[in-house]
Design a protein. Structure first.
Ligand code: ADP
Ligand code: ASP
Ligand code: MG
Length: 390
């Protein structure tokens, strides 16, 4: 029998009604396939727990922070298993440590080292639907870890790989991956198929529909992924290697960047940038001079950046710069992008009177910094000029 992993994100399990609906999707799938389920915390719950921990001065890096912020998943897994049993199906919930999913000791952004799916396989063989808490792991120090925000996607991909599942389905509130966040730009188009490389870049630069590490894991282990909606039925988006790359695939957006000045004792700022990249903090460097540089970062990453840099003795100060200007980043995602492409995009924006403050280029992405007030117009201009519409 084919095996499938179905992951349901926060909005898909936000209420008991939504949980019942999700249980129906699982029940239908289970008539023809073995199903293992991965769940997130109910919408808003993890944010609340992050706020509690941070108010007490606990941030990513502290094992107790992970105990707090991981706990929402346990509630959802239990509620969904109960609902499935109420429907006459066999089911049981699993915390990450019960699978077990073993990880590094990087609390707040742990890396999966192994998934032992023996228990899950035994369940599947006797018709039990395992409901696994996303986002959670266990470290060699016998502590609960978390896999970074959005980490349930990673749990789903890693469990799919371990079970050798035929497909990993990621259910969310959007019916697939779009050329740009459809909640920001309603004219965005659903992408039928996207290559891991381009999806990874979209995720890295702000498209949170899939967590970046999960796409990377899927690519390394060749896990076929389908992004779909638990609200409406359609084919969604397939993420695989079996896709011909296009010049331009889509736009990723990070709004309301925060500006910091970092003072250091090194000869160059580059090791600091590399360190931040290791923690997936993708800042844009605005200015560098001896012993200091200015960086724009996603404000969600501020506590993580501060906690990483506070432990380094070569950092002398990390200062938030208050400016009246509010910047956002639009990243044009594609393949084999060149300096010429980036110059062309900048000049197209400038022709429409949009000021581009900074531009950087990566192999699969061109980053453009604009004022947040001109973000929507910039998206419209780029979406049309890169011919992302159908
Ligand atoms: P879940 O809680 O199910 O994990 P997320 O909130 O993490 O869902 O991801 C879904 C959200 O991703 C959507 O509501 C949408 O606003 C956002 N998103 C950002 N970029 C894209 C994109 N390119 N395509 C689809 N959704 C996107
Ligand atoms: N609940 C976690 C978060 O909000 C994990 C997830 O939703 O994927 O980040
Ligand atoms: Mg998510």
């Amino acid at each position: 029998m084919a095996c499938i992993v179905q992951k349901f994100g926060g909005t898909s399990v936000a209420t008991l009604e939504r949980i019942k609906h999700v249980a129906e999707i699982i029940a239908e799938t289970s008539t023809t396939k073995q199903v293992a389920v991965v769940v997130s915390a109910m919408a808003g719950v993890t944010n609340k727990f992050v706020e509690y921990a941070q108010n007490l001065g606990s941030f990513e890096g502290d094992a107790d922070y992970d105990s707090v912020v991981s706990s929402g998943e346990l509630v959802t897994a239990g509620l969904l298993a109960i609902t499935l049993k109420n429907m006459g199906l066999k089911s049981r919930s699993y915390a990450g440590w019960q699978v077990p999913i073993e990880t590094s000791c990087n609390y707040g952004s742990a890396v999966i080292q192994s998934v032992n799916s023996t228990n899950l396989e035994k369940d599947l063989q006797v018709g039990i639907i395992p409901v696994i808490c996303g986002f959670q792991g266990i470290s060699a120090e016998n502590r609960i870890t978390t896999l970074g925000r959005g980490g349930s996607d990673l749990t789903a991909v890693a469990v799919s790989d371990s079970l050798k599942a035929n497909l990993c389905e990621i259910y969310s509130d959007v019916d697939g991956v779009y050329t740009v966040d459809p909640n920001l730009y309603p004219q965005a188009c659903r992408i039928d198929k996207i290559h891991y490389n381009e999806m990874k870049e979209m995720a890295a630069l702000g498209a949170k529909v899939m967590q970046e590490q999960s796409v990377d894991y899927a690519m390394r282990k060749n896990v076929r992924v389908r992004v779909a909606s638990s609200f409406v039925k359609n084919e969604g988006t397939i993420i695989s290697s079996d896709v011909t790359s296009k010049k331009f695939n889509g736009l990723a957006v990070t709004q309301n960047l925060s500006q910091f000045k970092i003072y250091h004792k090194l000869d160059s700022h580059l090791p600091i940038i590399e360190l931040l990249e290791q923690y997936l903090i993708r800042g844009e460097i605005l200015k560098t001079s001896e012993g200091k540089f200015s960086i724009l970062i996603d404000r969600i990453k501020i506590p993580l950046m501060q906690s990483i840099l506070s432990s380094k003795n070569y950092i002398s100060n990390v200062k938030r710069e208050m400016t009246r200007r509010n910047f956002s980043r639009i990243s044009v995602i594609g393949s084999e992008l060149t300096q010429h492409d980036s110059e062309k995009l900048v000049s197209i924006l400038r022709e429409t009177k949009i000021e581009v403050f900074y531009c950087s280029i990566r192999k699969n992405g061109i980053n453009l910094i604009v004022l947040t007030e001109s973000l929507l117009k910039s998206i419209d201009v780029l979406h049309k000029n890169c011919r992302l519409g159908r």
